[in-house]
Write a protein of this length. Structure first.
Length: 246
């Protein structure tokens, strides 16, 4: 079916969200908590758009609004610009120590605010929690309520289920999660992990629990070689080249 986004007609699939259709068509809609692998969460509200369905107009979160018919969408009206400016102002007030938020704050020319905690970086998008769930660890979650709400491990102690994969830190848009790597050890969420060392290049590349987790997920069909992703790809390419020559 055809939908119109900012005057551009695009082909949309029944049931996909406005944001998914926009991404496929190369139309940019600002967002903070959307990752294609996870789908829409509707948490940050930065992706709000104006939808006209017949004679009715309303504001919706594009990452969770499913397309069920022909609609017209506006992504950058003065009202939407003001909504995004307010969202960024509030998030910057919460997380002023994030370079990512500082950049957005300047880009959107937001009004001056009094910050809550100058050292804070987290904007509570909860992508880290989602990533941990997808890995299957469930080591972190949101705790407390209201202005005290934050992401943490149970009782702020080392979680037995954390495998040190770092997916939470990798997906965090504001750099709020710290991962320390030193002398063959990695520290994250109050927990220290021994790391595997590549047999070829000698670099540390993964925690031991991650290696075991991957092995379990793949039904033990993992080579016993300790190779980092880069060396594994090179070795595979070399093996394929030898096979093709034969």
């Amino acid at each position: 079916m055809k939908v119109t986004i900012d005057g551009k007609k695009i082909e949309a699939k029944l049931g996909e969200t406005i944001l998914e259709a926009a991404v496929r068509a190369g139309v940019e809609i600002p967002n903070l908590c959307y990752i294609e692998a996870f789908g829409g969460q509707g948490v940050c509200r930065m992706c709000m758009v104006e939808v006209k369905d017949g004679e009715q107009k309303r504001l919706v979160a594009s990452c969770t609004y499913p397309i069920t018919g022909e609609i017209e969408v506006q992504t950058n009206t003065p009202e939407l610009q003001e909504i995004r400016r307010n969202i960024i102002t509030l998030l910057y007030r919460r997380a002023p120590n994030s370079d990512f938020m500082k950049k957005l704050y300047q880009e959107y020319v937001c009004p001056a605010v009094e910050v809550v905690d100058p050292a804070e970086k987290c904007i509570m998008c909860r992508l880290c929690v989602k990533a941990c769930e997808k890995v299957g660890a469930f080591a972190i979650s949101t705790i407390m309520r209201g202005t005290e709400k934050r992401v943490a491990t149970p009782f702020d102690e080392a979680s037995p289920s954390c495998i040190g994969c770092g997916a939470c830190a990798e997906i965090c848009p504001t750099g709020a999660i710290t991962v320390k790597e030193e002398n063959g050890k990695q520290e994250i969420w109050h927990k220290s992990f021994e790391m595997s060392r590549c047999e070829i290049c000698g670099n540390y590349y993964s925690t031991l629990p991650v290696k075991e987790h991957v092995k379990e997920q793949l039904d033990n069909e993992v080579s016993g070689e300790n190779l980092c992703p880069s060396c594994r790809r090179k070795k595979l390419a070399g093996d394929l080249a030898k096979f093709s020559i034969k």
